[in-house]
Ligand binder design. Structure first.
Ligand code: S3P
Length: 191
């Protein structure tokens, strides 16, 4: 059970819609938009990690290192696997951990978003809060991370390419793939 300021999300056996994919592909923006449309709670994993640790993501990486961040990420995923009827945006590296993938899959439909490296760079440009991109050649780094992660993301099915799409268009594609009332059914939140 995950407690938030809005209450407690509850309901074993029901599902979530979970977004995965590389940073800058629109997981948070689309997830938040869809949650508003469907009137269900939205959780952003990175935000939950920041709340629980009292540090922002760059500070966690800087002061404690990536391994500490991944431990926090696993803890939050474990707690989130108790919620249902929600939309969740994960971090770009969350499902690299097979245990995270298993937990998220158990209680939800996972949708992967992708985009071209150039578009990703445009979307994250100037945002120094992405520790994975603390490299001089950010475009090359994005290509490298994508190369490493592609097989991981491929595990959850064909990604939706958001390169040339608006948030609304991506949300429409998601709704063409999943039937929210079936996945989120029994949502304990008033719609
Ligand atoms: C990460 C992506 C980030 C955040 C952290 C690590 C990754 O989330 O979790 O910086 O490993 O790709 P976003 O994908 O939301 O930027």
């Amino acid at each position: 059970m995950y407690k938030t300021s809005e209450g407690t999300a509850d309901g074993a056996g029901m599902g979530n819609i979970v977004f995965t994919g590389m940073m800058g592909t629109g997981k948070t923006a689309v997830g938040r938009y869809l949650a508003e449309q469907l009137k269900v709670p939205f959780y952003d994993l990175d935000e939950l990690i920041e709340k629980e640790s009292g540090l922002d993501i760059p500070a966690i990486f800087r002061e404690q290192g990536e391994a500490a961040f991944r431990t926090l990420e696993r803890e939050v995923v474990s707690r989130l696997s108790q919620v249902s009827g929600c939309i969740i945006a994960t971090g770009g590296g969350t499902i690299v951990d097979p245990e995270n993938l298993r937990r998220l899959r158990e209680q939800g439909e996972i949708i992967c978003l992708t985009a071209s490296p150039e578009r990703i760079l445009e979307r994250v440009a100037g945002l120094e809060h992405r520790p994975l991109l603390w490299h001089t050649d950010k475009l090359e780094r994005i290509r490298e991370v994508l190369r490493i992660r592609d097989p991981v993301y491929a595990q959850v099915g064909e990604p939706i390419d958001t390169t040339h799409m608006s948030i609304e268009e991506v949300a429409a594609q998601v709704l063409a793939r999943v039937v929210p009332d079936e996945i989120l059914k029994g949502c304990s939140w008033k719609r």
